[in-house]
Design a protein. Structure first.
Length: 425
């Protein structure tokens, strides 16, 4: 029988399960148990670090991966969603997984699941765990897809858990308050294991819930911290290692939030990796992350791409664009469950013109005209375009080299522009 291509598999997987999101661990745990009977025991077990959070998960994972690779540790990372190619989700030693590896994993999952229905994300998570299990790795980094307690990656016990932030998002699944959302996210922690908490503003009641997990928690601002230098482009990290305080000076920010970088370093130290200050500095100075404060030049125009899709992330983005001297042109679109008015209110003071488009081929896409009406309500001018590509091109056409085109609102928005730039050159 001829093996299906990766794209054929993905098309099949996307169409199979009736729900895009179906939280719960029973089905995926059963399939994972079956898979483990078919693959050999690992010669060495890697440390597993699981990262949850409303914002900042991807930055934490990217920072940990960069630092580990700089130290020649073998590392696998699972992140989502992807920007251009599905393979981006599964990364081994800085390289995306091959089609062949992923297809082989899908084929075994298909054999083992039998009549059990799995969501797209659950199959993604199983494929990553299977590929990592068959690799000789020192560390596996797992980014939670949604929430934490009932997320697919939580079928494995983390040696270190990380909570990057807690803000309102996905309320229909996780709850309508920061406390409820936080309780879902702390479900990735394990009794007696390190739990690194980057969120400094914990909602009332969550600290007690964290204590009840019996995890060995460390809090940013309490147990570990960072301090910016006077110019704002470097910071010092003060960390806990084997019960002692260790400090690392002169770390570069690279437009990423220092809190995510220092949290990543603390997580690796808590996982007992042997790290060099100089190699940490080198890794951090070279750190860049697709779609997170990502800068590029297109047709001579500065472009900033960021996946900010909730008010908290928009607030961080606003801090960046507020430093720009020229005009700011916003290319944006969101999914219908996002707080668009909250996003607009965070950014509107800095945006000169909005270029709105509707996300194509997505039933969850917000109506472009309704998005535009909210922009008009906030006393700014804008136009709604038929596609994200057209909105981007129109923004580029109206900008000069002193201006900036800012693309944000969702992974879909950013990935569409990245794919367009890659295709058109």
């Amino acid at each position: 029988m001829t093996s299906r291509s990766l794209q054929e598999w993905l098309t099949s997987v996307e169409a199979r399960h009736p729900n895009e999101i179906d939280l719960g661990l029973e089905r995926i745990s059963e399939v994972w148990s079956r898979i483990q009977t078919k693959i050999p025991e690992q010669l060495r077990k890697p440390k597993i670090i699981t990262v949850a959070g409303t914002n900042g998960k991807g930055s934490c994972v990217a920072a940990m991966q960069a630092i580990l690779l700089e130290h020649n540790y073998a590392v696998g990372s699972f992140t989502s969603p992807h920007f251009v190619r599905y393979n981006e989700r599964i990364n081994i030693n800085g390289e995306v997984a091959s089609d062949r590896l992923i297809v082989d994993a899908f084929e075994l999952i298909e054999d083992m699941r039998e009549s059990i229905s799995l969501t797209y994300f659950e199959i993604n998570a199983l494929a990553s765990l299977l590929i990592f299990r068959q690799s000789q790795l020192d560390c596996v980094l797992l980014e939670v897809g949604l929430g934490g307690r009932l997320d697919a990656v939580n079928i494995v016990d983390a040696d270190v858990a990380v909570l990057s932030s807690i803000d309102l998002d996905h309320q229909e699944w996780l709850g309508d308050s920061r406390l409820k959302i936080g309780i879902e996210k702390i479900g990735i922690s394990r009794p007696g294991k390190p739990f690194i908490i980057s969120e400094e503003n914990l909602p009332d009641g969550l600290l007690e819930a964290i204590k009840n997990t019996q995890a060995d928690y460390l809090r940013l601002g309490k147990n570990f911290k960072y301090e910016m230098n006077s110019s704002g482009d470097q910071f010092s990290a003060y960390l806990v290692t084997q019960g002692l305080v260790d400090s690392i000076k002169s770390l570069q920010t690279n437009d990423l939030l220092p809190k995510n970088i220092v949290t990543a370093i603390q997580a690796l130290l808590s996982a007992e990796f042997d790290l060099s200050h100089n190699l940490i500095r080198k890794a951090v100075s070279n750190l860049s992350l697709t779609g997170r404060q990502q800068k590029l030049i297109y047709r001579g125009i500065p472009v900033l791409l960021d996946v900010a899709h909730n008010p908290a992330a928009a607030r961080v983005l606003a801090g960046n664009v507020s430093q720009c001297s020229g005009a700011i042109y916003a290319v944006a679109s969101v999914l219908s469950d996002k707080d668009w008015m909250g996003i607009v209110s965070e950014l509107n003071d800095f945006i000169d013109e909005w270029f709105i488009a509707e996300i194509s081929d997505n039933p969850r896409a917000a109506d472009g005209q309704q998005l535009l009406e909210m922009v008009y309500t906030s006393d700014r001018k804008g136009v709604c375009y038929a596609s994200i590509e057209e909105a981007f091109l129109q923004a580029i056409a109206g900008a000069t080299s002193n201006d900036k085109v800012v693309v944000f609102g969702s992974f879909h928005t950013v990935s569409t522009v990245l794919a367009f730039i890659e295709r058109e050159g």
